[in-house]
Design a protein around this ligand. Structure first.
Ligand code: ADP
Ligand code: MG
Length: 377
């Protein structure tokens, strides 16, 4: 048990019990990819893979230890600024910095963090570590923050302190998840509508084994194309139609056109998917997930051969309602919705096909929708 592991490691390192233990989930996204930085729709589920933090207050500088990554560099929560920190400790120090930007005064802490979310696997270990620490600071220093306040703090940390220019989806899912529920989020207005995951469907994460890095150049290039298209359109992609792409005063570049085409069509698919889920229309759900994958592959060009092999394997397998790349892309995982009574045979078949077509060993993780970031001890 991870909770016991971080508690034990805290005791071993610091010679006493932690004051608080918190946890925050990763997420998987059903549909709505690369739409959350232009005010669009996303449909994530907070998963049962979590990050745990055992923490206590200190007056000296903050020290953090990761079961997964080892010793972090020390920092002062009251003064740390962007650019000062290196490596993974940025994801922790940046939370304190972001809290200061909204007028809060987080003191120093010592902490042990551990996770069973694969790091850099597209399941948002980054938002999970941010939110688990946000809750720890909030609890220990009585900062009076609500879950909906902590999501933007995590995002500010990731955007401005870590330097990864991501949208709000990951942090909202980790902060506001609910057991048994998927979350249809309008990221323009930060509104969540919960929608139950049907009882007869399993949610499977099909990990290609290929890792990505969001701070890397490709993600930034896609984002620049989206922003370029919005500048030429004179409004957000959320408020644009496909026809508008041919009517800009200054023509879009080929890549701006393709990225915008993905985002605008993805918003329409996400809305249609939410309706199909409500109506129990499994055929439409499957078609929309497949179209969403193709759009990520052809228009957004954020897929990779392994993701395409994995999705194709799932599409050919009995019992699979739908499957597509999930998360930022360039590696990571596909998500699949699979009939529960066929899920074991389906996963074996998908992984066998994937091994054959990609030459790599994939991994399947079954997950369930879980509650968001919270104190657990
Ligand atoms: P993802 O969010 O898809 O897992 P990111 O690249 O956004 O991928 O974030 C992964 C990074 O977050 C890791 O490389 C590491 O720097 C940091 N991180 C997340 N969880 C932990 C952890 N438990 N210990 C140390 N660093 C972590
Ligand atoms: Mg991340």
């Amino acid at each position: 048990m991870l909770i016991e592991q971080v508690r034990e490691e805290y005791r071993r390192r610091f010679g006493e019990q932690p004051e608080v233990i918190t946890r925050a989930p990763g997420r998987v996204n059903l549909i709505g990819e690369h739409t959350d930085y232009s005010g669009g729709f996303v449909f994530p589920i907070a998963i049962d893979r979590m990050t745990y933090v055992a923490a206590g207050r200190v007056s000296a500088r903050s020290v953090v230890f990761s079961v997964d990554r080892g010793e972090g560099s020390p920092f002062d929560a009251a003064t740390v600024e962007p650019g000062e920190m290196r490596k993974w400790t940025k994801y922790v120090a940046g939370v304190a910095w972001a809290m200061r930007q909204v007028g809060k005064s987080p003191g120093n802490l010592r902490a042990v963090v551990g996770t069973d979310i694969p790091l850099g696997g597209g399941l948002s270990s980054s938002a999970a570590i941010e939110l688990a620490f946000a809750v720890a600071w909030n609890e220990m220093y009585d900062l009076g923050l609500q879950p909906e306040d902590m999501a933007p703090i995590g995002r500010a940390c990731e955007n401005q302190f870590v330097g990864a220019n991501t949208g709000i989806m990951d942090q909202m899912a980790s902060a506001l998840g609910k057991a048994g529920q998927a979350m249809f989020i309008d990221t323009r207005d930060a509104i969540v509508r919960y929608a139950p995951v049907p009882d007869d469907l399993a949610v499977a994460i099909l990990d290609t084994g290929v890792r990505h890095s969001h701070a890397g150049g490709e993600y930034g290039a896609r984002r620049a194309d989206v922003e370029g298209a919005e500048a030429k359109l004179g409004r957000s992609l959320r408020d644009s139609k496909l026809e508008d792409l041919d009517q800009t005063r200054e023509p879009l570049t080929v890549s701006e056109y393709r990225r915008a085409h993905h985002v605008i069509s993805e918003n329409a698919r996400s809305l249609a998917f939410a309706e199909a889920l409500d109506a129990g229309d499994r055929v439409a759900m499957g078609r929309l997930m497949r179209e969403a994958h193709r759009s990520m592959q052809m228009d957004f060009e954020a897929s990779c051969p392994e993701l395409d092999h994995m999705a194709a394997a799932a599409w050919q397998t009995a019992g699979v309602v739908g499957a597509r790349v999930t998360g930022g892309g360039f590696g990571g995982a596909c998500v699949a919705l699979i009939q529960k009574d066929e899920v074991e045979a389906a996963l074996l078949s998908i992984l066998a096909q994937y091994r054959e077509t990609s030459g790599k060993a994939g991994e399947a993780i079954l997950t369930t929708a879980s509650d968001g970031a919270q104190r657990v001890n």
